[in-house]
Write a protein that binds this ligand. Structure first.
Ligand code: ZN
Length: 163
């Protein structure tokens, strides 16, 4: 079997997305320990958020193992200076779209989850990681705030806000 492809629980072919991990050794280790968490779509883990992403992946893998519900990571990235971990939870608990978070520039919608469902718990893990990263420099992990660098929103510490 091609190790880059497998079939998920609803029969769709799954390909491992590429992920830039040179600056994210903890995330690499978490993915190697839990290969089912490998993102499907090209992902990018900022260096300063490596530990938070790795922690979230480990918690998601534990939740999946504990409940027997497959949790696939679709994509991990920084979008408008927020950590986004997009998930695909193989559980019949999907509800209508809800607002998962908003900034002055964007609104993040995703499917809502029934209370107590694995989807709700998985979303909570992703949200907690995003909340931890909201005050952490993407480049070094130091205390940081959201800044506009030449039209590009980033979370940066005072040093990295300038360079
Ligand atoms: Zn920094």
């Amino acid at each position: 079997m091609d190790e880059d492809q497998d079939i998920d629980n609803v029969g769709r072919e799954r390909s491992k997305g590429q992920i830039y991990l040179d600056d994210a050794p903890a995330t690499r280790a978490a993915l190697e320990a839990h290969p089912t968490m490998w993102p499907r779509i090209f992902s990018d883990v900022p260096k300063g958020w490596d530990a938070e992403v790795a922690q979230a992946l480990t918690e998601l893998a534990r939740l999946s193992a504990e409940t027997g519900v497959e949790i696939a990571v679709v994509q991990i990235k920084s979008k408008l200076a927020e950590l986004r971990i997009y998930l695909d939870v193989a559980e019949d608990s999907v509800g209508p779209l809800e607002e998962a978070g908003s900034t002055p520039l964007s609104t993040h919608f995703r499917s809502s989850a029934q209370p107590g469902s694995v989807r709700e718990r998985a979303n909570a893990i992703a949200d907690a990681a995003a909340a931890r990263c909201a005050t952490r420099c993407e480049r070094c992990g130091a205390d940081a705030v959201r800044v506009n660098k030449g039209g590009w929103l980033v979370i940066a510490c005072p040093t990295h806000a300038r360079s």
